[in-house]
Design a protein. Structure first.
Length: 95
């Protein structure tokens, strides 16, 4: 998750807004848990300096009253990183 937050932390406000639209677009992403993960980590990006939340904290926000499953959180981060790469490609093709 730390690597993901470092990459997202490089975005300015406009890029963050565009990535938010990209993540929520049903054309590019239909995985609701990935959208929820993005919603939970986005506030950490605006902190100065950006902070990295504990994985358990994010898990509890996403799945209250469920036992922490590191593999599932890893998979959600993987899906969000994959969206991030697709976003970079999309932005490059629009330039």
């Amino acid at each position: 998750m730390e690597r993901l937050l470092r990459m997202l932390g490089t975005f300015d406000k406009k890029e963050t807004r565009l990535f938010d639209q990209f993540v929520r677009s049903p054309f590019f992403n239909q995985h609701l848990d990935t959208i929820a993960l993005w919603e939970k980590i986005r506030p950490y990006l605006v902190l100065s300096p950006p902070s990295t939340p504990q994985p358990e904290t994010i898990w509890e926000a996403l799945f209250p009253n469920q036992s922490f499953v590191p593999q599932k959180l890893y998979e959600l981060c993987y899906y969000l990183r994959r969206l991030l790469k697709a976003f970079f490609v999309q932005m490059e093709t629009q330039s």
